[in-house]
Ligand binder design. Structure first.
Ligand SMILES: O=c1ccn([C@@H]2O[C@H](COP(=O)(O)OP(=O)(O)O[C@H]3O[C@H](CO)[C@@H](O)[C@H](O)[C@H]3O)[C@@H](O)[C@H]2O)c(=O)[nH]1
Ligand SMILES: [Mn+2]
Length: 417
């Protein structure tokens, strides 16, 4: 937990922007819009429909413009200082990272593999991380790809950490050719890692044609995407890890039970299931949620979120429920969305906080369980909270049985050592 001594610098700063000129422009606009509306009202004649319609349209425009202007009035940004974490926080908290996928055809496994690799390689102690993939397609190809990815992760994670790679999704990283001209250690490692990645993508792409289904795939026989029992497989277990740079975090494959005629609630159902399974296995106090076609484009993403979560306020309780990251797009023209996010989200940050959009979001487990901050112990973890919260909510019995991953072997990849 963060040291609450007020003499130490804060883990993040809220920077407010002074926009005097833009405010003057906005006020002028407001004056002009009101004068126009006043002019329309004063010269309204009952039989002129066009005039009335113009008045209604302009009133609506003024209303929307006013809403947006109010949101943008006091823009702010939260600037985290991850370098300060090490001196302030003695032990970083655990984080469970969730990836959802639903269809191996619409969402090719190589995309899911890249999402997962970018998460496994973030700058955070590997023994504090667990990555759970929910597969609503119940696809042995997805599972096969993830097993292969976990082998490649043993090369990829140390490579990223050794050379401080910024974008840790290999398909993006290897788009750029090698800079170093001479035969250096880096260029040798780069070539070797690229070769291994190409092998991995080849295996994943060929998986539908040529693969050996061993006993580990037994669970997938006679299953249909909408009719099968739950499958949980520990793809990789970080056994007794100490968090050094060569380690790979826990990595778990999950396909929840589905039956025809039972609603499964799409991504929301998958997220609920991931919360419950991870509650039994690693029970981290913080959770991250990303879609399978996203990747982490900033290696310090978890440390940055921790700067916000672990900074204590004056009464030494942190009320932060979630940290939402904005989305960027690499393969489509979504400039409007980016502009909207960068302008409006700064405005929201200045008023109260960011908009919750789900994906790309860290949330606390206690909020997901419906707990209030008054129910918390000093360490902020829900594991020490009684089964009944103030709202009278009672956990299902399985949620209160909290065990660590090393005690709960549901199913293990035999090759994971
Ligand atoms: O039955 C399902 C259907 C979808 N998904 C996953 O949910 C995510 C989002 O689904 P997608 O069809 O890609 O929706 P998008 O419109 O692209 O996603 C946006 O909109 C969704 C709500 O409609 C949000 O949940 C997402 O986070 C947000 O990125 C993907 O990872 C899917 O694999 C499941 O796990 N199970
Ligand atoms: Mn999508």
């Amino acid at each position: 937990m963060a040291d609450s001594s007020s003499s130490l610098p804060s883990l993040f700063e809220k920077i407010s922007y002074k926009r005097y000129f833009l405010r003057a422009v906005d006020l002028t606009m407001l004056g002009l819009l009101f004068s126009l509306l006043l002019y329309r009202i004063l010269h309204m004649s009952q039989n002129d429909n066009v005039w009335v319609v113009a008045f209604l349209c302009e009133s609506f425009f003024t209303f929307i413009w006013l809403l947006i202007t109010c949101i943008k009035w006091t823009p702010a940004e939260h600037k985290p200082y991850p370098d300060r974490l090490d001196e302030r926080v003695h032990e970083l908290p655990s984080v469970d990272m969730f990836v959802t996928t639903a269809d191996p055809v619409r969402e090719p496994p190589i995309l899911v593999v890249n999402t997962v690799l970018s998460l496994l390689a973030v700058n955070y102690p590997a023994n504090k991380l667990a990555c759970y993939v929910s597969d609503d397609g119940c696809s042995p190809f997805t599972y096969f790809s993830l097993k292969e990815a976990s082998n490649f992760a043993k090369i990829w994670v140390p490579f990223c950490k050794k050379y401080n790679v910024r974008v840790r999704a290999p398909f993006r990283y290897f788009l750029n050719s090698l800079d170093a001209k001479e035969d250096s250690e880096f260029s040798r490692d780069w070539e070797m890692t690229k070769r291994e990645y190409e092998k991995l993508s080849g295996k994943v792409e060929d998986a539908t044609r040529d693969w050996d289904a061993d006993d580990d795939f037994e669970a997938f026989s006679n299953t249909k995407p909408n009719d099968h029992s739950t499958i949980v497989k520990v793809v990789w277990e970080n056994k007794g890890g100490v968090g050094d740079e060569k380690e790979v975090p826990h990595f778990v494959y999950v396909s929840r039970e589905k039956r025809p005629n039972y609603l499964h609630h799409y991504k929301a159902g998958a997220m609920n299931f991931l919360v419950r399974v991870s509650g039994l296995m690693t029970n981290a106090p913080y959770m991250l949620n990303v879609d399978c076609d996203m990747f982490v484009n900033e290696a310090d993403v978890v440390r940055q979120a921790m700067c916000i979560f672990l900074q204590k306020s004056k009464n030494s309780i942190n009320h932060c429920a979630f940290v939402q990251y904005p989305q960027d797009f690499y393969d489509s023209n979504c400039e409007e969305l980016v502009v909207l996010q960068s302008h409006l989200s700064r405005g929201f940050a200045g008023i109260q906080g960011s908009i919750y959009s789900g994906s790309g979001c860290f949330q606390t487990r206690r909020v997901m369980y419906g707990l209030s901050v008054d129910d918390l112990e000093e360490n902020g973890s829900p594991s020490s909270v009684n089964a009944r919260s103030k709202s009278g909510f009672r956990y299902p019995p399985d949620i209160t049985i909290l065990t660590k991953i090393s005690d709960t072997r549901i199913s293990e990849n035999p090759g994971s050592g």
